[in-house]
Design a protein around this ligand. Structure first.
Ligand SMILES: NC(=O)c1ccc[n+]([C@@H]2O[C@H](COP(=O)([O-])OP(=O)(O)OC[C@H]3O[C@@H](n4cnc5c(N)ncnc54)[C@H](OP(=O)(O)O)[C@@H]3O)[C@@H](O)[C@H]2O)c1
Length: 330
């Protein structure tokens, strides 16, 4: 493949939203490398997805230490993509990584200790060939480690310049409140929270979103398409090349139930009546709320990504549409 040169019109159509009360604006749609970018996947295929993303104004790429499979391979592959040309745009990119789930054996390769977070970020930087990441996350709260230790490690990482900003993921409102307070003690602000949030997963709505809005912390919603359920992927069974059919996917075939698909069909009808695909509508439905800075999608092809970008053409919903969607989701 020739050395990559980005599309000159890449900033024409993307919407950028301010991330909480910070100086950073994120693209309304960001791309995650949890699935489809590991050593089990095809390099020529996924480099095309990344280039398509950046060519369309997606400046934010989200990783974690253990994305693959194999663990670490998504970061290695992203490093190779940077080396093959994307890296010359480093100052136009927001790259995030995380530590918090199992990564290496023994007591120091999981959860939220200072030891794990510091060592893991050093490994991530090596794998990606970077001097710093833009955002480093505590990937999940650790019930055994004092929050002051986990947040103290994040604050020191920011001070060392190995990450420009700190983030948290999978913290509920009580855990998030404690984390934000602990970071404040270190005079480091939490830039962003990364919760699971989609039409099918609304736990963040009652307490977490108001808390984050009040604290000026941005929100990036992960698995906004419920891993593909909120698209037309499973309307007619489970395709062979889909996440639910793959042995390495986190969506299990037994989660694709008749009950779920009955809802998906009804949502699909609402989407069609709006002139959107279901994927577009599912993303627009999250982005109608300006507390949501960005939706963090996955994609197994450049075509899916391009379809999802069309969501930005219509982020408005009539009260009737919202009521119809709520009635289906009940
Ligand atoms: N913080 C955390 O704990 C955490 C956890 C999970 C994810 N994340 C982040 O969130 C990112 C996204 O998660 P996700 O991959 O579950 O997101 P998602 O956007 O909900 O699902 C992505 C999958 O949906 C399908 N899809 C996407 N666009 C489609 C379209 N237009 N038409 C049909 N199918 C489409 C594809 O499935 P097929 O592969 O079947 O084609 C794709 O792989 C991850 O990469 C990661 O960065 C974070």
């Amino acid at each position: 493949m020739d050395y990559y040169k980005a599309n000159e019109k890449r900033y024409d159509d993307m919407i950028y939203r301010r991330c909480g009360r910070s100086g950073i604006r994120l693209p309304a749609i960001s791309l995650g490398l949890w699935h489809n970018f590991g050593s089990v996947d095809v390099f020529s295929h996924f480099i095309q997805i990344i280039h398509t993303a950046f060519d369309n104004g997606i400046t934010h790429f989200d990783l974690a230490n253990n994305y693959g499979p194999a663990y670490g391979s998504a970061e290695e592959n992203f490093g190779r993509i940077l080396e093959k040309g994307l890296g010359r745009y480093r100052d136009e990119l927001i790259i995030s990584t995380k530590a918090g789930y199992d990564m290496w054996p023994g007591p120091y390769g999981n959860w939220g200790s200072r030891k794990y977070l510091m060592a893991s970020l050093d490994q991530s930087l090596k794998r990606m060939g970077l001097d710093y990441v833009d955002i480093f996350y505590s990937h999940r709260p650790d019930p055994q480690t004092p929050i002051e230790e986990t947040m103290g490690a994040l604050a020191d990482i920011v001070r060392q310049g190995k990450a420009l900003y700190a983030g948290i993921s999978n913290y509920d409102d009580t855990q998030a409140e404690a984390a934000l307070a602990a970071l404040k003690e270190h005079k480091v602000k939490c830039l962003i929270h990364q919760p699971k949030y989609s039409m099918f997963e609304r736990w963040a709505e009652p307490k977490l979103l108001p808390l984050l809005a009040g604290e000026g912390v941005g929100v990036i919603a992960f698995s906004p398409l419920a891993q593909g359920l909120l698209t037309n992927r499973y309307l007619h069974g489970i395709p062979e090349d889909s996440r639910a059919a793959r042995p390495t996917g986190f969506l299990q075939a037994n989660q694709v139930t008749e009950e779920v698909i009955a809802k998906v069909r009804k949502l699909n009808d609402v989407a069609l009546s709006r002139g959107q695909t279901l994927a577009e509508m599912a993303l627009a439905w999250l982005l109608k709320d300006d507390r949501v800075t960005s939706v963090l999608i996955g994609a197994s092809s450049a075509e899916q990504l391009k379809d999802n970008l069309k969501a930005l053409r219509n982020l408005d919903f009539t009260p009737d549409e919202l009521n119809a969607i709520d009635a289906i989701l009940k």
